[in-house]
Design a protein around this ligand. Structure first.
Ligand SMILES: NC(=O)c1ccc[n+]([C@@H]2O[C@H](COP(=O)([O-])OP(=O)(O)OC[C@H]3O[C@@H](n4cnc5c(N)ncnc54)[C@H](OP(=O)(O)O)[C@@H]3O)[C@@H](O)[C@H]2O)c1
Length: 263
């Protein structure tokens, strides 16, 4: 059995056991995992720091190639690789590049990946600032549903609702009052449990936000977005979210502008 399957089962068991009260949080032993990160910017860099600090083996990639990542590799302890190297031979792959760049990823990146590979998507749609008009989202599809179509495989949506700096520096031991909680959405319960255990291991609580069809509840402009709520706050925010896309979160004929001058 693949190491990832064993891990996923342990993760599922842990969450069921924790929910039923037969385990105390400190009993969790997160196995060392092989993790690929595609995207080495704000979120990719923050995750490289946190995952390596938690004992995982991390390969990180960007669009310019490993030579451009030597400084980040030295600083974090992650290995610099190509996008293909980050996508293959790992148990979890985090895709964390600007949404409009997803179609630029190498074709067939996950074609040979095992079925139990956990792919985590951190994307947010910023049409007026960065992404321009992306058909399939403007007309009501979820951002992670759009990513799934382009990657050709299911994803778990996580890390999209917290600022990179807070992700890098805001983690706390399990049980700390007010510990920040992250919404996690996905259709595969095992993949979602793996992602949740990984997140718990780097210092954050998690809230199951449902499937990818429900993931609009954690997208930009929803009540919990970038709020650093704890579990109760994230649950409340997810419940209070409404699905409409406001005009300021839609592309215009001049999109994209920039973060300084949205258009
Ligand atoms: N910043 C935040 O606080 C935050 C919070 C939550 C979610 N998010 C979301 O997470 C995603 C990433 O955001 P970010 O702020 O980390 O982005 P970023 O700082 O702009 O970094 C983007 C990274 O993606 C890489 N990249 C771009 N195109 C690529 C390609 N085709 N192949 C491989 N790598 C590629 C870039 O590499 P090169 O430089 O070599 O092109 C760069 O390392 C976005 O969807 C964003 O909305 C961001």
């Amino acid at each position: 059995m693949l190491q990832s399957s064993i891990y996923a089962r342990k993760a599922t068991f842990y969450f069921l056991a924790k929910a039923s009260g037969i385990l105390r949080p400190h009993i969790l032993k997160v196995s060392v995992m092989k993790i690929g990160i595609i995207g080495a910017g704000n979120i990719g860099g923050a995750l490289a720091h946190r995952f390596v600090a938690a004992g995982h083996e991390v390969t990180i990639a960007n669009s310019r190639g490993p030579a451009s990542l030597q400084e980040l590799a030295a600083e974090t302890g992650a290995r610099a690789g190509t996008a293909q190297e980050a996508a293959r031979g790992n148990e979890v792959v985090v895709v964390t590049i600007p949404l409009h760049r997803i179609p630029d990823l190498p074709a067939g990146l996950f074609a040979d990946a095992p079925a139990d590979l956990v792919v985590i998507d951190t994307s947010n749609y910023y049409p007026q600032q960065r992404d321009g008009m992306l058909d399939g989202i403007e007309d009501g599809g979820t951002e992670s549903g759009w990513v799934e179509k382009h990657l050709g495989r299911p994803v778990v949506k996580a890390f999209n609702s917290i600022l990179a700096d807070h992700l890098q520096n805001g983690g706390k031991p399990a049980g700390t009052p007010g510990r920040i909680a992250l919404a996690v959405a996905g259709d595969d319960p095992t993949a979602k449990a793996t992602a949740m255990a990984l997140i718990d291991g780097i210092g954050f609580d998690t809230v199951d936000a449902g499937g990818i069809a429900d993931s609009w509840r954690q997208q930009p402009d929803t009540p919990g977005y970038l709020k650093d709520y704890d579990v109760a706050g994230v649950r409340r925010a997810l419940a209070e979210a409404t699905p409409e896309r406001k005009p300021e979160w839609r592309a215009t004929p001049n999109s994209p502008g920039s973060f300084e001058q949205p258009a």
